[in-house]
Design a protein around this ligand. Sequence first.
Ligand code: FPP
Ligand code: MG
Length: 318
Amino acid sequence: MNFMAALNEVASKNLCVLEEQIRESISEDTFIFEACAPLFKGGKRLRPMLFLLCANSKNDFPQKKSMPLAVALELIHTASLVHDDIIDSSKKRRGVETSNSKYGAQIAVLIGDYLFAKAFQLVAENNYGAEVSSTLSKLVKNLCVGEIMQDRSLYEVPTLGEYYTRINLKTAIFLSSCCRLGAIVSEMDKREVENLTAYGTNLGLAFQIIDDLLDFFGDEKITGKPRGGDLKSGVITLPVIRALEVSDEAPTLRKIVTSGKDVDAAIKIIQATDAVDYCRTRAEAHIESARVNLPLTLKTSVALALEQVADFIVDRTR
Ligand code: FPP
Ligand code: MG
């Protein structure tokens, strides 16, 4: 299913404006525009869309007021990907050449920093208040801690708990913050804010579990990333954790994943176990929790769109 097809009129009426304003946000400098425009060609706009849906899920929040924060969320996400691609030495992202491959790490760091600074400029100039700034700052700190945690434990097999801590910091907190920010700016009550946050957390956990599966079993032409990339770079994820638990060939698999060599053999060993089903079942359970957390007070049309976003997360191929 196509993500955009899952969106209702709240989202589609915002999407063109969002694209326009993302473009505008990178238009002040010729080099920045040249370097950044291709970065925004792909991408699902999941984070700004979650924010916009939540901001209009009970009360209407004017587009003029919500859009700068929606843009800021996509800029922060893209900045984090630019930096992530430097850390991972990735050559391709969303099917296009990464900034570090094109311009070298020195310039790529600065491109990421620029996007990041632009995001905070948009937030500062639109008076969202301290709670919004604080939520965004915590979100970025958590992204950094998640990335540091991952980088300090490359080629080590995490426990299930350690894996969950990492994907929560790296991904789930971002999606939950988008939902939380939507609820905060549209002045929903405390309980609704917490429920939408829990919806986002579960969505994010499911999203990262599926992402980790796609890294092994996705179609490279669709994901835009080479298969087995996580394992090659020493990032050990849920399919491996499960296969190590149940496979007869666990000792061989352990050798491969702690060295990052012979990834194709690792994929075969994982495929011979129930790891794919196990990961999907876990992702589906998080999607169910996400759904259960949707407040009953939401407008039916937006609640439906948020449910469809949840379905898209487990059905996605990229
Ligand atoms: C992609 O993960 C990357 C992230 C989820 C976050 C990276 C965060 C940072 C580099 C720190 C924050 C920096 C700024 C400027 C906000 P992945 O490697 O699992 O996914 P991939 O396969 O798409 O690369
Ligand atoms: Mg990466």
